[in-house]
Design a protein around this ligand. Structure first.
Ligand SMILES: [Zn+2]
Length: 238
């Protein structure tokens, strides 16, 4: 699997062999990222938006961008703009920070010119390696995810809707309380005083974004018709 994934039932899947070599800081920050997908209920947002098999990995990238700018502002070093891991930040998409996953998704879809024909088949390729954050992000389900009827003999029951909502309300309340202390919630909307996010120009598609969308763009490059490196799925890595 490569690292972490979450599903909409709030199961968290860990590839210990992969994560164990990256140290506790990586593990902690990556878990914050995965929890952010669940707290923002990105799976439901994607469903409401009509995200399907052909667009789920693009949505995953958009949701990642919406998360990672706040984590960077909160001091998570692995999400710095010059991060060596090439993690998704809005700048990689040519977009300003602090916008919604809906905005980043629409931006990506517009730049892809919609998905049809070869692009659609490229996204849905069965032989492409899985990448992403799991169905809990609204992205493609990780191969290891439990199906709805499997709770590992009661050891991994799915969170109920009430439990999921309770977690979100509890965390939101804690963030609101922390925001009352100046500077304690960097990157949050509270910290920006409710001001609308800055709008920036949209630069060209960078090589790193191309690498992230290589599977989607194999048959339909973004706004530059040059060839793309390698082949495979969208590499929505955190
Ligand atoms: Zn993610």
């Amino acid at each position: 699997m490569g690292a972490f994934a979450v599903d909409a039932a709030h199961h968290c899947y860990v590839d210990f062999a992969a994560v164990g070599t990256r140290g506790p800081q990586y593990g902690a920050q990556a878990l914050l990222h995965e929890c952010s997908h669940l707290l923002a209920d990105h799976a439901t947002l994607a469903q409401d938006l009509g995200v399907g098999p052909t667009t789920s990995q693009i949505w995953n990238v958009a949701a990642d961008a919406a998360i990672n700018d706040d984590l960077r502002d909160g001091g998570c070093e692995m999400f710095n703009d010059d991060n060596p891991h090439g993690l998704v930040l809005p700048a990689l998409l040519g977009e300003p920070d602090y916008l919604t996953p809906h905005h980043y998704f629409a931006s990506l879809m517009a730049r892809l010119g919609g998905l049809s024909g070869g692009s659609r088949s490229a996204v849905g390729r069965d032989d492409a390696p899985w990448a992403g954050c799991g169905s809990g992000s609204g992205g493609t389900a990780a191969p290891c995810e439990l199906d709805d009827t499997d709770d590992l003999g009661g050891a991994a029951s799915a969170a109920t809707g009430t439990e999921r909502e309770r977690v979100r309300v509890t965390v939101a309340t804690a963030i609101r309380d922390a925001a009352k202390i100046r500077g304690s919630v960097p990157g949050s909307r509270e910290a920006r005083g409710g001001r609308p996010p800055r709008r920036g120009s949209r630069p060209g598609v960078t090589g790193r974004l191309r690498a992230r969308l290589v599977g989607v763009c194999r048959d339909r490059p973004l706004d530059q018709p040059s060839s793309l490196p390698g082949a495979g799925h969208v590499a929505a890595r955190l």
